[in-house]
Design a protein. Structure first.
Length: 382
C-alpha cells in the first residue's frame, strides 16, 4: 500500500462558541458531517455525538477513507505591550480559539506513520496558528513524504509498513480467555462483529488488533472491513456504511447505541466493558463449538502462557509486550494456515468446495463438515 494523503480538515471552536472550519482540498460533505459529529466541538441535537479525549489521536474510517483526528486545547493568544521595560499582558478583544480538532484523510493503512504526521501538523499549527503554514506542512508531506517546518520534523521512511499491523493481539486472549475462540472464528469466517466500549481509545485499538486474530492472510481485505469507531448508528451515514458492508468489524461507542436495536447488522457482539462475547441467534449455526475448536483455544492460551514464562523478566516492558504479541500473531497465522489448507484439500473435481466434496474427501469428521464449508465460503472456494 502506498502513502497517499487525500485531505486535511480543521475544526476550531472559539471563545464565542462559534465554529471555524478549513479544508484542503474540498472534503466530501458526508465526511465533513462525520468529522463534526466525531470532534466533540459541534452538537446536533438530532444525532448523538461523542467527545474524544484531548491530546489523544484517534483512528477511524468511513467507506474507503482512513481518518485520523487529534483534538486539543488551543493556547491562549495574548497581545504583549512593553511598559517601563516590563512585559504587560493584555488579553485580545477579538475571538480566540479554545479547542481545535485537526483531521487528516488518507487511503492507506499505517497508523503509526499517520498518527505521527497528525501530531506534527498539530504542533506546527499550535505554534503558528495560520492555515498557510498548515497547508505548507500538508503539501510537503504529500509531495516529499517529509516535513521540516519551524523545528518540527516528520519522515515517512521511519515507519515500517510491515509493523503497522502489529497490535497487542495477546490482550484478546488475556481479556477473554476461552471465549476468544468465538472472536477468532468470527474473524476467520468474515462475520459481522460489533465491539462496544465506553472508552474510544480502547475500542479503536482492540478493533484494529482483530486483523491479526484470524485475518492476516487476507490482510488488505480484512483492513477494509474495519470501522474502529462508530459514534452512533443513529447517524444515517454511519448506519448505512455498516449496513452496506458484507463483512465488518466495528467499534461502537456504548452510550450512544443500543445494539439490541440493530440485531440485523451483527453476528457477534464483543463487550469490552463487561468482558463478554455474545452470538446473535441468527448466527449460532456458525459457532457450534466442538473438540476441534477447544483444541484451537487451548493451543492459543498455552502458547501465551509459555511465552510469558519464557520472558517473565521482561513481560511487563514495552518490548516484552511486543514480543508476546508477535508470538501470538505467529501462532494464529500458523493455525489459520492449517485450516485454510484443509479447506483447499476439500475441493471437488470442479475446483470448488461443496458439502458433497467435503463428505467425499472424508478429511474431517461429520461434526466439522459445516465448519469447513463455512471456512471455504469465507475464502472464496465455494
Amino acid at each position: 500500500m502506498q502513502f497517499s494523503l487525500k485531505g486535511i480538515y480543521l475544526l476550531e471552536s472559539d471563545s464565542f462558541n462559534d465554529i471555524y472550519t478549513w479544508a484542503f482540498p474540498q472534503v466530501d460533505p458526508d465526511i465533513v458531517s462525520l468529522l463534526k459529529a466525531r470532534s466533540g466541538l459541534t452538537h446536533d441535537p438530532s444525532i448523538p455525538t461523542f467527545t474524544p479525549p484531548d491530546n489523544t489521536p484517534i483512528c477511524h474510517r468511513y467507506k474507503n477513507h482512513w481518518i485520523y483526528t487529534l483534538t486539543t486545547i488551543a493556547p491562549k493568544i495574548n497581545n504583549l505591550q512593553q511598559q517601563d521595560g516590563q512585559e504587560m499582558t493584555i488579553v485580545s478583544d477579538h475571538r480566540q480559539p479554545t479547542k481545535i480538532s485537526l483531521n487528516i484523510i488518507v487511503d492507506s493503512y499505517n497508523p503509526p506513520a499517520h498518527i505521527s504526521l497528525l501530531e506534527t501538523l498539530t504542533q506546527i499549527y499550535l505554534k503558528n496558528p495560520n492555515t498557510t503554514t498548515l497547508l505548507q506542512g500538508y503539501l510537503n508531506a504529500s509531495s516529499t513524504n517529509t516535513i521540516s517546518l519551524h523545528g518540527f520534523n516528520w519522515e515517512l521512511s521511519k515507519y515500517d509498513q510491515r509493523m503497522a499491523l502489529i497490535q497487542p493481539t495477546h490482550n484478546i486472549l488475556i481479556k477473554f480467555g476461552m471465549e476468544a475462540i468465538i472472536i477468532y472464528i468470527a474473524v476467520l469466517l468474515k462475520k459481522k462483529i460489533f465491539v462496544t466500549s465506553n472508552d474510544s481509545i480502547e475500542l479503536s485499538n482492540f478493533v484494529r488488533s482483530l486483523v491479526t486474530f484470524g485475518g492476516w492472510h487476507r490482510k488488505e481485505a480484512q483492513i477494509n472491513s474495519l470501522r474502529p469507531i462508530i459514534a452512533s448508528l443513529q447517524n444515517p451515514l454511519e448506519f448505512n456504511d455498516i449496513k452496506n458492508t458484507s463483512s465488518v468489524i466495528a467499534g461502537i461507542i456504548t452510550p450512544y447505541t443500543n445494539i439490541e436495536r440493530y440485531e440485523s447488522l451483527w453476528d457477534v457482539h464483543v463487550d469490552l466493558t463487561n468482558v463478554s462475547v455474545s452470538v446473535n441467534n441468527n448466527a449460532k449455526q456458525f459457532f457450534a463449538m466442538t473438540k476441534f475448536h477447544k483444541q484451537i483455544a487451548d493451543y492459543f492460551l498455552n502458547t501465551l502462557n509459555d511465552a510469558k514464562n519464557t520472558n517473565k523478566d521482561t513481560v511487563d516492558t514495552n518490548e516484552g509486550q511486543l514480543a508476546l504479541s508477535q508470538v501470538i500473531i505467529k501462532a494464529v497465522m500458523l493455525k489459520t494456515k492449517e485450516i485454510v489448507e484443509l479447506a483447499n484439500k476439500c475441493k471437488g473435481d470442479d475446483g470448488k468446495v461443496s458439502m458433497g466434496s467435503i463428505k467425499e474427501k472424508e478429511l474431517v469428521p461429520g461434526n466439522l463438515e459445516g465448519f469447513m464449508y463455512n471456512v471455504a465460503n469465507a475464502e472464496g472456494l465455494v
